[in-house]
Design a protein around this ligand. Structure first.
Ligand SMILES: C[S@@+](CC[C@H](N)C(=O)[O-])C[C@H]1O[C@@H](n2cnc3c(N)ncnc32)[C@H](O)[C@@H]1O
Ligand SMILES: [Zn+2]
Length: 401
């Protein structure tokens, strides 16, 4: 079969994607065809890759004529032909949905089969009751999907929390932490002891500057290995307590000291790369290392690199003065279905893991409002939903998103 090959610029223009995205897809294996000294692309092949790529917000420039159908709770099927899915799929979806509104009751009925697979009867009743607290009349459909997703994920999280409750769980402490989201609460104590009493996945961001080995009198260890072992216990427990798909910010300096593994004398002092050691520990404990921001602290105070002004034995060297701000992500694989961010359906199938621990899903609801030009359902993950769809001022003051 003869295929028409396109130049890079044509591909970029036609698919409305950036050059960086195309380069990334190529790195991930997108095939290209060599024509003379230049590269060409099979546009259909690129399109398929783009549609399968969860990170790309694919917005074709051309107007696609689509058919959208929705079945409201009274089972009367409404057809909406030639709805235009154009450059902004969310606005468009919202516009279509405004004409044919869905409701929380509809989503409950539509998803009943899937809910029964995940939750027991009591749990589903709780979900129904929680949803009854919302008045969904005159509420936009996107918001109804958000509310449904929010209440569904709240239950999913509660289930996970019950399954991973620590032995030393302390109700009083957790109630104190969970109360009024808008206030600052300070808890004084050993962070390991405290975390062992805390609910799983109950903290949305962690930031710390840990003690830097034996840099201060208040914190002294026999040697570097014992110090790192203590820090590892804290990092391991923080994996349980940090919410899923959230961020850990770890500020640490590479200190100059004796690691005390062989000798303890002042002559054994050297640079101890705590930043590097912590990256390894975090990775071993399941976190993903994402970035290392260098905090430039300016002038060095120490004069040790000057060798007392003497030019022998060439121990003089330039020094810098910095600390690391290490960024890690937690990605615990979402094994349970996540509602489609467009239509709220749990009729979704798992795709590949777009990143270790991040499950991506594809909406299989034939009546969903967003389908790709190749008639593939909406692709999404909990991570992208958290970042792109579910922010809502009215319902974001919560512990799910
Ligand atoms: C490098 S300092 C960070 C100081 C902090 N950035 C500040 O401005 O106060 C490390 C701090 O961690 C505290 N620390 C050490 N071990 C701890 C533990 N197990 N639990 C809680 N805090 C601890 C120390 O008391 C010290 O205040
Ligand atoms: Zn959908």
């Amino acid at each position: 079969m003869e295929t028409k090959l396109s130049k890079e610029k044509e591909v970029l223009d036609y698919l409305n994607i950036s050059r960086t995205t195309l380069w990334r897809l190529k790195k991930e294996g997108l095939p290209t065809v060599k024509v003379g000294n230049s590269q060409r692309y099979d546009i259909e092949e690129v399109k398929e890759w783009v549609l399968n790529d969860e990170e790309v917000n694919y917005q074709p420039k051309e107007i696609e004529k689509k058919q959208a159908i929705i079945e409201p709770s009274n089972n009367e099927t409404l057809h909406f032909e030639n709805a235009e899915i154009t450059d902004n799929e969310i606005n468009n979806t919202e516009r279509i949905l405004q004409e044919y509104p869905i409701s929380l009751t509809y989503l409950l009925e539509h998803n009943d089969k899937y809910l029964q697979k995940i939750f027991d009867k009591e749990c589903i009743e709780k979900l129904t009751e929680n949803l009854r607290n919302y008045d969904d009349t005159n509420v936009s459909n996107a918001k109804i999907v958000k509310i449904f997703s929010f209440e569904y994920l709240k239950l999913l999280k509660q289930k996970h929390q019950e399954q991973t409750k620590p032995k030393e769980f302390n109700t009083e402490l957790n109630n104190f932490i969970q109360q009024d989201n808008n206030s600052i609460r300070v808890i004084w104590g050993n962070c390991l002891d405290l975390m062992q009493k805390m609910e799983s996945e109950s903290i949305q961001l962690m930031v710390t500057s840990p003690p830097y080995y034996n840099a201060r009198e208040y914190s002294q260890w026999e040697n570097i290995d014992l110090y790192l072992e203590d820090m590892r216990k804290i990092i391991r427990e923080s994996w349980r307590v940090l919410d899923n798909h959230r961020v850990w910010v770890w500020n640490v300096g590479d200190i100059f000291d004796n690691d005390r593994k062989v000798t303890k004398s002042v002559w054994g002092k050297k640079r101890i790369p705590l930043g590097a050691y912590f990256i390894k520990i975090f990775e071993e404990e399941g976190f993903e290392f994402v970035d290392d921001i260098i905090w430039d602290k300016g002038e060095v105070e120490s004069k040790r690199f000057m060798n007392g002004g003497m030019d022998y034995p060439f121990y003089q060297y330039p020094m810098n003065c910095y600390e690391h701000i290490l960024i890690f992500h937690k990605h615990r694989l979402d094994t349970q279905k996540i509602p489609c961010p467009v239509c709220g359906s749990l009729n979704v199938n798992g795709n590949t893991q777009s990143e270790i621990g991040v499950q991506s899903w594809e909406c299989k609801n034939e009546k969903c409002f967003v389908r790709s030009p190749n008639n593939r359902g909406k692709r999404f993950s909990l991570r992208t939903n958290m970042m792109q769809y579910w922010f809502d001022e009215d319902i974001n003051n919560n512990r799910v998103f």
